[in-house]
Design a protein around this ligand. Structure first.
Ligand code: ZN
Length: 413
């Protein structure tokens, strides 16, 4: 229900008890209150909000076909060790993979909605149609380890001189992973500004998922499926918590039912405020395994917000096919292979979708021996586990429709 749009105005520390330890899932509202004390920040924030409101209204009127929006991402581990780079890059890739699923309604567990949707007759799940991509081009000249064509992952770089924004990283969607105190998982501005070099900040145990762990950067149960970042990025794109500020002041979204307070753990049905709490929403406080959807209204807000700031992202930091215009994408037979180097697995993702025939994937070792052979439909993105391979370089050849693609992968396990 929509009663009043609530931005940053009320300081709420939302805490609850997990395993006898106070966990603050999210400190975004308090953080935003601090940021808004800066008059210049407040002015820029209000300008973006005006643009956002105009886009939101315009999108509702036109219902235009929405193109896929590409956003260049940089990930920062100020307390990380360079010797851990391959693992941290894999962790960053994993988190981005999760975001690309969660923000586009492509996560596997969204199917759970089918079993509960009758409780929410005025709601449905939504998709933003956005793609987050680790930047690989034209990095800022800040770190000799940051190489052209390699992912924008900084390790040991003192992002923002210890703060939460860095003008040297303006134009990126920045994820900052650092120790932020026991019990706090993350925070972000509510309505982040790329020109300000704003970061979404996560604690070291709330980034990535439980399939990749890199020493101190290991996600901790029950927040170990990457959903802290999904939640904080929701704030970054202008979403409030699902409960707003109780039954009478909600989150400004029409299709999210009113709630009195956050939910935690993996709750069953919670009737409150004359409706049933949408506890599976990414903007609640439930466990990672028990949140799996944004509502349509929330994705409309995020879409309009991203459109308001999209020109502030530096698209020259992406490979040319990652642009806003599908016309600029290659028509040929082209694939993205990542992470490279890879540890436990790598993905083979088709970049252009011009070929609809069956494809064959071959991997050869450096002595030219065929070590992997698989046929599949061209539209399937492949995730290949590396446990069957020895460490080293491999040539990847992909055949389909009379075309051939050749790539290289380093398995560095
Ligand atoms: Zn939050």
């Amino acid at each position: 229900m929509k009663k009043k749009i609530l931005f940053y105005s009320i300081l709420v520390f939302c805490s609850y008890n997990v395993f006898s330890q106070e966990i603050e899932r999210c400190a975004s509202e308090a953080f935003m209150n601090e940021k808004m004390k800066n008059a210049e920040y407040q002015k820029e924030h209000q300008e973006i909000q005006e643009l956002f409101q105009a886009n939101l209204i315009q999108n509702k009127i036109s219902r235009k076909t929405q193109n896929e929006l590409y956003i260049p991402v940089a990930v920062h581990f100020p307390t990380g060790s360079e010797t851990n780079r391959a693992c941290l890059v894999e962790l960053a890739q994993k988190q981005i993979e999760i975001l690309n699923q969660d923000f586009n309604g492509a996560n596997q567990d969204i199917s759970n909605w089918q079993t509960v949707k009758n409780n929410y007759p005025n709601s449905n799940t939504g998709a933003v149609n956005v793609k987050f991509v680790l930047a690989t081009k034209n990095h800022p000249n800040l770190d000799p380890e940051l190489l052209e064509n390699e992912p924008a992952v900084t390790i040991g770089y003192n992002f923002g001189d210890g703060g939460d924004n860095d003008l040297k990283w303006a134009g990126y969607l920045n994820f900052l992973v650092k120790p932020i105190g026991t019990g706090i998982l993350g925070y972000s501005p509510v309505g982040g500004n790329p020109l300000n070099g704003d970061a979404i900040v996560m604690n070291v145990d709330a980034f990535g998922d439980n399939t990749v762990g890199c020493g101190e950067f290991t996600a901790g149960f029950p927040f170990d499926l990457g959903r802290t970042v999904t939640h904080e990025l929701g704030h970054h794109f202008n979403l409030e918590h699902i409960w707003g500020n109780g039954c009478s002041i909600d989150d400004g979204i029409e299709d999210t039912p009113d709630a009195a307070s956050p939910s935690s753990g993996c709750p069953g049905m919670i009737p409150e405020c004359g409706s049933i709490n949408m506890t599976m929403n990414f903007m609640d406080y439930t466990n990672d395994a028990c949140m799996y959807m944004f509502s349509e209204g929330q994705t409309e807000v995020m879409r309009a917000y991203i459109e308001s700031v999209i020109s502030n992202y530096h698209n020259d930091r992406l490979d040319p096919y990652h642009t806003n215009s599908t016309q600029n994408r290659p028509e040929g037979f082209s694939f993205d292979i990542y992470p490279n180097p890879s540890l436990d697995f790598f993905n083979i993702e088709m970049i252009s979708k011009s070929n609809t025939e069956e494809i064959t994937i071959h991997l050869y070792d450096t002595r030219g021996r065929l070590v992997y052979n698989r046929k599949s439909s061209v539209y399937t993105n492949h995730k290949i586990q590396t446990d069957i391979f020895n460490k080293g370089f491999y040539i990847i050849k992909i055949f389909g429709g009379g075309n051939q693609f050749v790539g290289k992968i380093l398995i560095a396990k």
